[in-house]
Design a protein around this ligand. Structure first.
Ligand code: GLN
Length: 500
């Protein structure tokens, strides 16, 4: 078995015992990227030299007898809307194509302090707006299980690189489903933490009241370990959760006999595909076999979640992206006569169609004539949805449903109809509106071998229960062990994204 094929919790003890060097582990990951990423296209930038340099430094420290750090030597890929000092961070937008941040996001700092090694920056929908990675201004990413299909989005590159074994784990961001939906489409585990648990400092803001960064990995244990490294108070994020955190790997006990699982009936509506529903029902049977009590519950207001989400997220996006004015950084159009036309032309040329759609929609719902009718109403719906969740968590330890109504769809299938694309997030959006955590774990494959994801949700800051239930389900099933046959066509590959 190659080192890049190992999970974090398999590779870490080998590095700790110095059976393999960090340099060997990182080299195998970089070789894999060079062999396969010309086809998968998960990376926008590969930081090979920098990674090897850091790997050598880590080996030197270990040889001197310094104790290994919690994520020592693990190759991590970072979504390209998370700032990395000295390494370009594009948000998959032409606007920031050559933007090199002068600082690291808190999560990057924490991962590197924990010993992880950044191997590259991953592709995504432009500014995290989308569900298929087709809105990237760079290129689309392929789903490693079937190259005709999308990997999901917006963290499509972060999901694809993990299942294609081009990184041990990755970070994504999730405003309405962007970690969980691609995790489900690519057959990996993706965790959106509670709002405020992980610092947003250094994340390019999309909808700041919902944005969260979280881990994407091959299993629940890896996710728990990564969450431990990145979560916790940061004074640079005003919404940061200030309290002590539990030991997330310590709570992974595969015993859920006293757990009550609520299944919101609204998550099993007519939009759900039959194969996904069948896999979900089998997952529920498995949980009952393990001793959990499964009950039907109702979240009466979630049917308005998607509408409220698009009003609120577009409003916040239009305000957040106003900073892209061509003055201090980013794209600046040439030959304009005054500053107002320079800003207008720069935005016109530098931003893609979906981003413009959101800015126009957001500006509209915030305008003097409309904000009462749309924005304020959406905020009320949001409160009602939060209340619905609070009520069910009085009797349930966690909730479950499918992550997305379908498996990964064909490339190009939904690009012409944005509303259809938006529906892909119908089950992932409610937890963002309510600020609660959600995780997607593999729960089956359809008849064509495409992975299916199960979403588990828990009360705010109750990641411990979330991870425990996810772990128990995973340990009782084999779906997380599936691997796509990416060897096919690998010889045609000509390496990854731009190398630095
Ligand atoms: N697909 C949703 C959107 O486009 C969610 C994106 C996200 O979570 N960043 O808004």
């Amino acid at each position: 078995m190659k080192l890049n094929e190992l999970r974090a919790h398999e590779l870490l003890p080998m590095i700790e015992r110095q059976e393999v060097t960090v340099e060997e582990a990182v080299t195998e990951t970089l070789d894999r990227i060079a062999a396969i990423d010309g086809i998968i296209k998960a990376y926008i930038t590969v930081t090979g030299e920098r990674a090897l340099q850091r790997a050598k430094e880590a080996d030197a420290r270990l040889r001197k007898g310094e104790p290994p750090r919690p994520l020592e030597g693990l190759s991590v890929a970072i979504k390209d809307n998370i700032c990395t000092k000295g390494v370009r961070t594009t948000g998959a937008s032409r606007y920031l194509e050559d933007f090199i941040p002068p600082y690291d996001a808190t999560v990057v700092e924490r991962l590197e302090d924990a010993g992880a090694i950044v191997v590259g920056k991953t592709n995504m929908d432009e500014f995290a707006m989308g569900s298929s990675t087709e809105n990237s201004a760079m290129f689309p990413t392929k789903n490693p299980w079937n190259l005709q299909r999308v990997p999901g989005g917006s963290s499509g590159g972060s999901a694809a690189c993990v299942i294609a074994e081009e990184a041990v784990f990755s970070l994504g961001s999730d405003t309405g489903g962007s970690i969980r939906q691609p995790a489900s489409f690519c057959g990996i585990v993706g965790l959106k933490p509670s709002y405020g648990l992980v610092s947003r400092y250094g994340l390019i803001g999309y909808a700041s009241s919902m944005d969260q960064i979280g881990p994407m990995a091959r299993d629940v244990k890896d996710c728990a370990q990564i969450l431990q490294a990145i979560a916790g108070y940061d004074q640079r994020d005003s919404q940061s959760y200030p309290n002590e955190l539990p030991d997330y790997t310590g709570c992974l006990i595969p015993d859920i006999r006293n757990i009550t699982v609520g299944v919101p009936k609204e998550f099993l509506d007519e939009g759900l595909s039959k194969t996904v529903k069948d896999a979900f029902m089998k997952a529920l049977e498995k949980l009952e076999e393990l001793g959990a009590k499964v009950v039907e519950v109702s979240l009466p207001h979630v049917r308005h979640a998607l509408a409220a989400y698009y009003v609120i997220s577009s409003a916040e996006a239009s305000s957040n992206l106003a900073r892209l004015d061509g003055v201090r950084y980013g794209y600046r159009a040439a030959g304009c006569e005054d500053s107002a036309s320079m800003m207008a032309v720069s935005r016109g040329e530098g931003l893609g169609p979906e981003v413009k759609r959101r800015i126009v929609l957001g500006t509209y719902v915030l305008s003097e004539e409309n904000h009462k009718k749309y924005f304020n109403e959406a905020l009320k719906v949001r409160s009602l949805i939060s209340q619905d969740f609070q009520e069910v968590f009085e009797t349930c330890d966690c909730l479950m449903g499918p992550t997305s109504p379908t498996v990964a769809f064909e490339a190009g299938e939904k690009t012409r109809n944005p509303l259809e694309m938006y529906l892909s997030d119908v089950y992932t959006v409610p937890p963002n509106l309510a600020g609660i955590p959600g995780i997607s774990v593999p729960c089956g494959f359809d008849e064509e071998g495409m992975p299916i994801g199960l979403q588990i949700m828990a009360g705010q800051y109750d990641e411990a229960t979330l991870l425990r239930v996810a772990y128990a389900f995973e340990q009782a099933t084999d779906f997380h062990k599936g691997r796509p046959d990416t060897q096919k066509g690998a010889h045609e590959s000509a390496g990854g994204g731009r190398s630095v």
